[in-house]
Write a protein that binds this ligand. Sequence first.
Ligand code: ATP
Ligand code: MG
Length: 739
Amino acid sequence: MSESPLLDHLNTHQREAVSAPPGNMLVLAGAGSGKTRVLVHRIAWLMDQHQMSPYAILSVTFTNKASREMRTRLEALNGASLRHMWVGTFHSISHRLLRTHWQEARLPEHFQIIDSDDQLRMVKRLLKQHNVDDERWPPKQVQYFISGCKEEGLRAHQVQTHGDAYMGKMVEMYELYQLACERGGLVDFGELLLRSLELLRDTPPLLNHYRERFAHILVDEFQDTNTLQYAWLKLLAGNRECMTVVGDDDQSIYGWRGARVENIQRFTDEFANTRVVRLEQNYRSSSAILEAANALISNNGGRMGKNLWTDSGRGERIRIYAGFNDIDESRFIADTIRELVNEHGYSRDDVAILYRSNAQSRVLEETLIRQGMPYRIYGGQRFYERLEIKNALAYLRLMNNREDDAALERVINVPARGIGMRTVEQLRERARYGNLTMWQAMSDAAADGALKGRAATAVRAFSDLIDGLDNDTAGMALHELVEHVIHVSALREHHAAEKGEKGQARLENLAELVNACRAFSQGERMDPNAVSEGAEALEPFLAEAALDAGDHEAAEGEECVQMMTLHSAKGLEFPVVFVAGVEEGLFPHKMSLEEPGRLEEERRLCYVGVTRAMQRLYLTYAELRRMHGKETFQRPSRFLRELPEELLEEVRLRGQISRPVSTQRTTPNRRPSGPRQEGVDASDGMPALSLGSMVRHPLFGEGVVINAEGQGERARVQISFEGEGDKWLVLGFAKLEVL
Ligand code: ATP
Ligand code: MG
């Protein structure tokens, strides 16, 4: 036993870090080595041994979820409520400072935080108001420029334009934007931090107050701090030696958002007498998982170099699953989770499914819903609840039923078409008095000339748009119809105008909605004999989407599978982890392929994913995936090839025989032709079919097998017929001849 129970269950290096005198310290260590644990114990230690009050400690975490977890862990250690301790993200702490000192910060008492949507709307308005050519200065770029400047701590007057006209205009827009924010009492995310930095810098008594108050400052995930956050910390610390930061250069995954991994080096250079502690023992993962992670990350250059080892056993091999397509991949995941829960004593809470991009969650969610498996999405919304999806569905609902007031109100001015609040209010009034629906009120108002001028024209254009959709889409398949609606309503353009990743994600989700429709009308989601096409399928599709959105939310406290992007999994751990979609172009993401720096960031993201797993890790990919409305053949990710083969095992669905892994095998970039091992069982007198088999059907002619599921009589195969499209057939009835 050590002198304090706070040092129990810590190794020598962790103890050194926890119990070091309260000077500057950097803990540089790999995943799962106990950095966060050290941070928590150090806070408890400072309170216990150095009599620091909770009030004197400032602890910065990367997400709000991490803050809550840190507080819980601390309360468990400390045995008291720590409500008064400041634990939060940079944003939440800045917000708190500004709320408390709004006057010194020259803000109105009830200033509002605006998100990136609001920000963009404002930029657009300003561009228009000042007659700026929005082709030369696209709103998204202006917004990106403004946020970038703020992240670097720069106000408009501090930006160097070097006499360049383009830059000059950007700076002017920044200035105008800021003025508009000031007038409206609005604060964007970047502003929160910059404003609070300026508040402290320009109000010496306040700075002194907080310097005196915060005797020690601790920061988790330090590798992902940006320039402004670094400056903020430095200002608050001053010349005092009072900082503990922990981080891992191999887990720096926010470079694309301005994070500077160099801040780790800078810290040791600029903060006096920094003690550097390295932790090398990993306590999280089995050695198979850890070895795989080490091998993967060794492909990156310029690392600070860390050695991670574990004395836990070898554990299970890492399982690789190649799905025929994304649906098959998601079924494998759901089936495996069920097996782990039913036969291996895991709870659903133990399991996480991680993916690179948000749009991937749709197919996974649908499979989990269909199988009645509760899940929860972290740091993101469920698919059918996302803004862009709700907008698109609202158009479809309105096509289906003009009297759907909620849908009408949602999109009457989205994208903006000049129907202002006043007009909408006028229509509401009319609907109320006449006991009409909004659509009827609109028609009546148009007929009797109650609306005037621009409003009248705009409302008529809207109702023509909706009516026109009916005619335009006659005879279209459901997915074509939806594609058309997204295009003609200008929703795609509308969402494309959003800044960076967010806009990109919204477009991917819209494309994913088209995929969902295609799958729906191909009978993926229902009895293959009950397929309805085109507009006919709209109503059942909308009904299913509504159910998906509403019904299946896991009840509070119910055990459920956790789903999240790889980015939001940082810092967390789970006994069982699935990483889905480990494919070239998806992960690593195609946008990273041209730039070596970004590719290394993707590899670090993969390292983060792998190191979330404690006992079992599954890496899955699909050979065929619907993306951006097209089916494409996918190749397994290069990251799979970077893992030592002896640690891997390729798995088949239950009842099928596993075969030795070979991630080197190439997937054809055209339709598969040769016989393959996987496919439908040849038992029970059924024809032996494999993915890629050529077959003849008495009615549909020749085709190739592109998907299969089930066994024996009830097995179904999906066949792509020349000229007839893709069809699902039940093997027992289909009278297929193998060619
Ligand atoms: P990441 O880089 O992923 O954020 P980390 O370095 O912050 O990881 P922690 O989350 O603090 O690592 O610890 C990983 C796991 O190892 C946790 O479950 C933690 O409780 C456990 N752990 C850490 N140190 C020890 C120890 N000395 N003895 C037993 N378990 C430990
Ligand atoms: Mg951590």
